[in-house]
Design a protein around this ligand. Structure first.
Ligand SMILES: [Zn+2]
Length: 369
């Protein structure tokens, strides 16, 4: 069997995770973006095999990754850590049939979800994943709580035995899995101790922080469902409200809010404008066209943000990024002075606190105390 050149494939440092099930055209939009540039397309869907095959026929040379999301449906046990184990040739047979190495598509290992503190299943996932074909990325999907202070050392110790291959980590929770101080600190410690980390489902603030601290690859969700992974059994976001608009990435503020929120923030200021989209960023209708325009803007804006980060020398990236976050916070304060009830994004505040040499706390309004 040909061996897959994982190092060459990982030359892209980030990608976009999208599914054909989205209502905002995220898969075609992400495909077009990734085909034109230097980003990987991660197709995240139980139909990923068919979808990647279809995309491969149309877009030759696009760097493709697939994830069947077994971790979102099934819980691991020490006896049954991987999905598709009932396939006639086992999980390895399933991988070889759907993703022959010659196809040139990487696939996240079909790991089942590791429950909190279930270190026996975690070891079983890593042990069995080590034997999968070379184009399969061993994947650990678990509770974001594993990054909390109490279980973290044991978690890092357990995975430390499996450093010879790049490993993807999916941290899930009911809601905003990484939005606490200790979990963001835990991601940095993971990057510090594990040499080849991929984080396939994160939001741009976490993605940029991870890249600045040495992540091999990050995948940014094209929509919120793929930026904030849920555990098996966690309910979705509920019915979509009538006035629902997807979150929009506002790079100067490092925020990801609905344009309706921005409309309030900028009520007494000039609207933020995107030169590339040629439009104001606080004025969108709920039409499918406008929702797709938001996703399109997000992808190019996130791509440009990460490009600017990676253009810095590797040793300077973390400091550069903290400087960008400090500037974003200052812009919030300027808006607040003009009378807006501005709440600084939670992840932005936590990352600023992590980097504060005096270990101060930030109020929701963005004031140091
Ligand atoms: Zn734009």
């Amino acid at each position: 069997m040909d061996s897959f050149n994982m190092d060459a494939a990982l030359a892209n440092r980030w990608g976009f995770a999208a599914s054909e099930t989205s209502h905002c055209d995220e898969l075609p939009t992400s495909t077009t973006h990734c085909a034109a540039g230097t980003a990987t397309l991660l197709v995240s869907s139980s139909k990923a095999s068919e979808e990647t095959a279809r995309i491969q026929r149309q877009r030759h040379g696009l760097d493709l990754m697939a994830d069947h999301r077994a971790w979102g449906r099934e819980k691991a046990t020490p006896e049954r850590p991987l999905s598709f184990d009932e396939d006639i040739f086992g999980t390895t047979g399933w991988c070889e049939f759907n993703y022959p190495v010659t196809r040139g598509v990487r696939v996240l290992g079909p790991s089942r979800f590791v429950k909190f503190n279930d270190f026996a299943s975690l070891r079983a996932v890593l042990e069995t994943s080590a034997d999968l074909p070379s184009n399969v990325i061993p994947t650990v999907a678990t509770e974001a709580r594993m990054l909390n202070v109490a279980p973290r050392a044991r978690f890092l110790d357990t995975i430390a035995h499996y450093q010879h291959r790049p490993t993807a980590f999916v941290f899930a929770d009911k809601d905003h899995p990484l939005e606490t101080y200790v979990r963001l600190a835990g991601i940095r410690q993971l990057l510090d101790t594990h040499p080849r980390v991929l984080l396939p489902y994160v939001e741009p603030l976490v993605a940029s922080d991870a890249l600045a601290h040495g992540a091999e690859w990050v995948g940014i969700g094209a929509s919120s469902a793929r930026r904030f992974p849920k555990r098996p059994g966690d309910k979705g976001g509920g019915p979509v409200s009538k006035g629902y608009l997807p979150g929009l990435f506002l790079r100067d503020y490092l925020e990801f809010r609905s344009p309706e929120v921005y409309a309030e923030w900028f009520a007494n200021s000039a609207s933020p404008v995107c030169g590339r989209c040629s439009r104001a960023l606080d004025l969108f209708s709920t039409s499918p066209t406008d929702k797709a325009a938001i996703v399109r803007h997000n992808i190019h804006a996130m791509h440009e943000f990460l490009t600017a980060l990676m253009e810095q020398p590797a040793a300077d990236r973390a400091a550069w990024l903290n400087g960008v976050r400090v500037e974003a916070l200052d812009r919030h304060l300027v808006l607040a002075q003009r009378g807006g009830a501005i709440r600084t994004g939670e992840t932005l505040r936590l990352l600023l606190e992590l980097d504060d040499p005096q270990m101060r706390r930030l109020s929701p309004a963005g004031i140091w105390s």
